[in-house]
Design a protein around this ligand. Structure first.
Ligand code: 1CP
Length: 322
């Protein structure tokens, strides 16, 4: 969960003034940034340094990542005429640097590498809103006012996510995480009708690869019951849902990932350590079948990296003492 990035002084050093998208296009830099948290924290898996808006950016939709803001779109998606701007993602031709980055990482790492893609809903929300949003009102309006266009957009974004994830798996990624960070903006019935088909399309297409498929969202506690049926083998849970409750909602058939509140790590070791222990005990005591300890969302830039290093040690010693 954003284990690379601004919390690390070595990240800020190598990034310098280079734009984020430009950095991702340089395999030497993307590899180095991916490895930094592995060296510092001793985590059990690495996640490739990329971004969920890479497919639209690399296929010419007109996306930039503005420092301090996030993804920004010059001409947001508004009408059927914009559909042709969401063309198939030919990863070899459009983003050879992504493949190169994953290849080098797969060769150099002694721990698993997680590839990733943005889920159709969350990527659509950036293309439609044009920038990070709080209420997703334009996204929901398009969804409801022009449902055929919405479904066509999601279908194309599903194809881009599949292409991206398949290319990363072919280059050596050993798991894939599908980031649907903002799906929690929807009620379950709306998610099921307008989004679940596209989510399912992505997960079903990747099933034959045999790698673990992690589905992650924030505030998705009311949605997670649908996710095992959609084909995920691991369900990410933010801090709002106790793991025992998440286990009940997902039917016990999948592994769970999470779910320490990243703000607790900013608050410091005294706050984070008991919360991490509580989560580890909860997973064990409620019989969660496979628990990947993680934060419930991304590392915040103001986090002291030493707190994260100590959390990793705490999780490892808990695991050893079982
Ligand atoms: O210049 C910078 O350092 C800007 C911060 C940053 C970083 C470090 C952005 C802009 N993207 C990234 C890399 C990134 N993005 C990773 C790297 C690997 C790691 O985890 O270490 C990953 C997995 C992502 C995925 C991503 N991008 C998500 C899903 C995860 C999440 O945080 O919810 C989302 C929503 C994005 C969009 C995005 N890109 C960047 C920002 C600041 C945002 C979020 C903006 C918003 O609030 O909507």
């Amino acid at each position: 969960m954003r284990q690379a990035g601004r919390a690390l002084p070595e990240y800020r050093r190598v990034r310098g003034d280079e734009g984020l998208l430009e950095s991702l296009m340089r395999p030497d830099l993307a590899v180095e940034v991916t490895l930094q948290p592995v060296r510092r924290y001793g985590v059990d898996a690495a996640i490739v340094f990329s971004d969920i808006v890479v497919p639209p950016a690399a296929t010419g939709f007109g996306v930039d990542i503005k420092s301090g803001v996030g993804p920004v779109v010059e001409k947001p998606f508004r009408s059927a005429a914009d559909l042709e701007r969401v063309r198939p993602f030919d990863v070899e031709a459009d983003a050879p640097w992504l493949i190169e980055t994953v290849r080098i990482l797969a060769r150099e790492l002694t721990i698993p590498l997680i590839g990733f893609a943005g889920a159709p809903f969350t990527v659509a929300s950036y293309l439609i809103e044009g920038r990070p949003s709080r209420d997703y009102v334009q996204t929901k309006t398009l969804m409801l006012a022009d449902t055929a266009l919405w479904l066509a957009l999601l279908d194309r974004l599903a194809d881009q996510a599949i292409a991206s994830a398949e290319a990363q798996i072919a280059a050596g990624a050993q798991a894939v995480q599908l980031f649907d960070s903002w799906a929690g903006a929807l009620d379950p019935a709306t998610y099921e009708r307008f989004v679940l088909p596209a989510t399912t399309k992505v997960l079903a297409a990747l099933a034959s690869s045999g790698v673990p498929l992690i589905y992650f969202g924030v505030g998705t506690g009311e949605l997670i019951g649908m996710i095992p049926g959609a084909g995920a083998t691991v369900v990410g849970v933010d801090w709002r849902v106790p793991l025992g409750v998440a286990r009940e909602r997902t039917g016990g058939s999948v592994a769970l990932q999470g779910n320490l509140d990243p703000a607790f790590c900013v608050a410091g070791w005294e706050a984070a350590a008991p919360a991490a222990l509580r989560i580890l005990h909860e997973a064990r005591d409620s019989g969660v079948d496979g628990h990947i300890f993680n934060l419930g969302h991304g590392v915040m830039p103001e986090t002291d990296p030493d707190v994260l290093a100590r959390i990793v040690d705490l999780v490892h010693s808990f695991e050893r003492s079982r």
